[in-house]
Design a protein around this ligand. Sequence first.
Ligand SMILES: Nc1ncnc2c1ncn2[C@@H]1O[C@H](COP(=O)(O)OP(=O)(O)O)[C@@H](O)[C@H]1O
Ligand SMILES: [Mg+2]
Length: 355
Amino acid sequence: MHFSYLKVDELRCIGRLRADLNPGVNLVVGKNGSGKTTFLDALNLTASGRTVNPLNARDVIRDGSQAARVAVSVDYGGNRTIDVLMVKSKSGTKITIDNKQVKSTSELAQQIPLICVNSEVSSILTSAPSARRALLDRVMFHVKRDYVASWIEYRRALNQRNGVLKGTRDRSQATFWTKRLVGAGSVIDACRKEIISKINESLVDSLIQQEFSGISLEYYPGWSGGSLLDELDRDWGKDLELGYTRAGVHRADARLKVDNKEFTRRLSRGQLKVVAAEIMLGLRRFILEKTRLQPVIMVDDIHSELDSSMRGLLVDKILGLEGQKFFTAIDDVLHPEIFDRADMVFHVEREKFYA
Ligand SMILES: Nc1ncnc2c1ncn2[C@@H]1O[C@H](COP(=O)(O)OP(=O)(O)O)[C@@H](O)[C@H]1O
Ligand SMILES: [Mg+2]
């Protein structure tokens, strides 16, 4: 699948944009603050209802405007296309596919899979476990319809169980919720394990394997690893003292390890960016195998934090993959490794776009 057309009105710094997009490599160049990330966000908003960086989720409506609108055409080959329209106004967000209202953004995510490599992904590796859980969960929304349902069930069971711990403290009442929590949790756990193993396949030939051989992502399920039901049963007294449920998939994590040693903090910013990109490529592979759709690959600020040789290797790696690609770069550092190989180049200046 690929985006074939993009139309943007009143999205952050972009007033009006109409562009045919190339099914191959698209490069968006412009100075700082010119609208490169906003260009990617426009596509991302129609694919998931989200912005690339959650910090940009506010203020998407251009100052002085009532609503931001993004429309895209998505081409699946064989004459099958869909038109997606996203309108964000002060009263909320409305998304339609072929003029029919979309009920949940996961419905959208399943039709338009995309991955984005940016500095946020690098910081996910060094920040709190919740950020890494969120990354894994987002991927599942692209591929598994009932994943959302499992999460809703899990959250509900967890809240109810915590309510019992703080309230009646009645063990048999808690057991009802514990069983439901374990049931939904096992679906989530199995999915996450599958994703992590796909990521590790991608890290086997990491560009930094030479320096850090045996780099991998280690999964921590959120409890000691045996039966969650037994552990919750055993820890009933501790949970009563704490007033909440300690063990479960809500405590999971995935950490970078080299030869079984914690490694995230030993990597430079550039090395982190490479690993982050490779993790995203593992996720891409996972989505592709599950959905049979080629995810769109976005790389925001390819120039930042990477020296020219590493940048070249990473670009080669990404360009060797199928699927539509979008790169952004600052135009006064036009890198031949990507500039010479782009099928379409968009120059963005505040208020202006030209291809
Ligand atoms: N709601 C808004 N209305 C108008 N301009 C905005 C709004 N939100 C952000 N901007 C401007 O958009 C620019 C950021 O665009 P961005 O796409 O992040 O640029 P780039 O990625 O090229 O550096 C900034 O100059 C910022 O001031
Ligand atoms: Mg940017």
